[in-house]
Design a protein around this ligand. Structure first.
Ligand code: CTP
Length: 487
């Protein structure tokens, strides 16, 4: 099938997803089943924006109630998985080079405010009217069966006009009562699209806040919405602006009394947004939401910070790190401003996870950012000319090995140790000093010695230390013990 909508869909998506889409559509045509493009992608097509994903729904024939699953199974290429999400035929095709969701038209109702909805099979109209905002209650018939007797755009709530005037509008008064997480969707979507919340919707939101609807939603659900908010920063959303909307709507205070958006956090959150969109240094394990909460809550008082984390069901070590982040940040900023040499910066930042590192980066003044950046881009992954195995082979044992390695790394990054021989000489000196000093409490002594200056004759810091591969002597014994930790 051809047409401007399908052309736009095919232009906007990854080839693997387009292939799945074409296969599902071909199957819908073969079975004469009504298939629609619905929700966010329709809105984005009307706005001329690139598509982020595809939402497809099937209005099944009476004799074929599980058509969505049937389409997905027939369309899935060899090796792909078809994962069924619920008994109403919401399925996901997961292929090597893309995934696609296909749902069945449904009706939703809420047993009580803030509860997860009860889902039943419904009609296309039910499916559109269960949604949050008019601009999402739009469908484009895709297959021949769907187009039969239908307009090119199905728009029961005036979504097209609201897309044109840049408005997010709920279309039943209890929408925010039913699902208060829609407030976070409104902030996120509004900021992403540059849309404002209609006056009536703001009143409805105020009513829901006043009625205490927000306390009925679980911490896990709220946290997931914040995850999406900070994830969206990767696509250019400014988290500070989205949080500011929530503060203005009194949503933050409804989540946790006293919680707000302190003005001191705003520049850092903005920079965080930019850093998530264009990472200044590689952060393979970064969870944007964890960095986001650390940066935002760093300027909130300690009690609110703890309570907010509890409210968002953030627990364990991660919660503790976010609680303690302000103190760490202040210490790091001070040290970044005063540290002498690259080794000291490495000792400061070396043990930090990606989230705290980025959090410190966004709060640092320009000079501190430059130092942090140089460490993250150049020094972080460099390895000194010896490993723990080398030191053991040289006769060191116990906690002295760790202490000596730390001291060697520091001296090497400062350009005071260049070669393997120098590093081993320094390690031996540390070993000897420790042996003399505190045979009974080696751990404490080892720590102290790691931080002390060495008396072994170190070369003056000059050029940065060469890369490890060029430092290693070609055939230094014992080769067996040399390499395991090096790469
Ligand atoms: N929806 C809703 N209430 C929610 C979550 C979702 O009404 N709490 C509806 C929305 O109308 C949306 C649809 O379910 O169109 C699918 O949700 P999702 O994929 O999260 O929305 P998109 O608009 O596609 O969001 P995005 O552009 O971020 O993918």
């Amino acid at each position: 099938m051809k047409g401007p909508v399908l052309d736009a869909v095919r232009r906007g998506l990854a080839p693997g997803v387009v292939a799945l889409f074409d296969a599902v559509l071909a199957e819908a045509e073969r079975l004469d089943v009504a298939l629609y493009l619905v929700g966010g992608p329709v809105r984005d097509l009307l706005l001329g924006r690139g598509l982020r994903d595809l939402d497809l729904i099937v209005d099944p024939r009476e004799d074929m109630p599980l058509a969505a699953e049937g389409l997905a199974r027939a369309a899935a290429p060899e090796g792909a998985q078809v994962v069924s999400h619920d008994r109403f035929g919401t399925v996901r095709i997961e292929a090597a080079d893309g995934a696609l969701d296909v749902a069945t038209v449904r009706r939703e109702s809420y047993a009580r405010p803030g509860a997860l909805p009860t889902v039943e099979l419904g009609t296309l109209d039910d499916d559109l009217r269960r949604r949050d905002f008019t601009v999402n209650a739009l469908a484009v018939p895709i297959s021949t069966a769907a187009r039969r007797g239908r307009p090119a755009l199905i728009d029961p709530e005036g979504g097209r006009a609201d897309v044109g005037s840049g408005v997010l509008r709920i279309f039943h008064a209890a929408s925010f009562h039913d699902d208060p997480t829609r407030a976070l969707r409104a902030a996120r979507l509004g900021e992403r699209l540059g849309f404002r919340l209609s006056r009536g919707s703001r009143t409805a939101l105020r009513d829901a806040v006043g009625a205490g609807a927000f306390s009925a939603v679980s911490g896990d659900r709220w946290r997931r919405e914040f995850e999406k908010l900070f994830d969206d920063a990767r696509n250019g959303l400014d988290p500070a602006a989205a949080l500011r909307r929530l503060a203005e709507w009194h949503v933050l205070g409804a989540l946790e009394p006293g919680l707000g958006l302190p003005s001191a956090a705003i520049p850092a959150l903005r920079r965080l947004g930019r850093s998530l969109a264009v990472p200044p240094f590689p952060s393979a394990r970064l969870r944007p939401w964890a960095a986001g909460l650390a940066v935002w809550l760093a300027e909130v008082d300690a009690t609110s910070r703890r309570r907010t984390l509890r409210r968002l069901a953030v627990r364990g070590e991660l919660a503790q790190r976010i609680v303690e982040f302000p103190r760490l940040r202040d210490r790091c900023l001070r040290t970044l401003a005063t540290a002498r040499g690259r080794g000291a910066v490495d000792a400061l930042l070396g043990g930090l996870d990606d989230e705290r590192l980025l959090g410190i980066y966004v709060y640092a003044p320009p000079a501190g950012r430059r130092r942090l950046l140089r460490w993250a881009l150049e020094d972080r992954t460099r390895r000194p000319p010896v490993s723990g195995a080398d030191l053991i082979a040289a006769g060191l044992t116990g906690p002295v090995v760790g202490a000596a390695l730390a001291r060697i790394r520091l001296a090497w990054l400062d350009g005071a140790v260049h070669t393997r021989d120098e590093a081993i000489a320094l390690a031996r000196e540390i070993g000897a000093r420790l042996g003399r000093r505190n045979a009974k409490r080696p751990r404490t002594a080892a720590k102290r010695v790691a931080a002390e200056p060495a008396t072994v004759k170190l070369k003056k810091a000059s050029l940065p230390a060469p890369e490890p591969s060029s430092i290693l002597p070609p055939a230094s014994p014992p080769t067996r013990a040399l390499h395991p930790e090096r790469q």
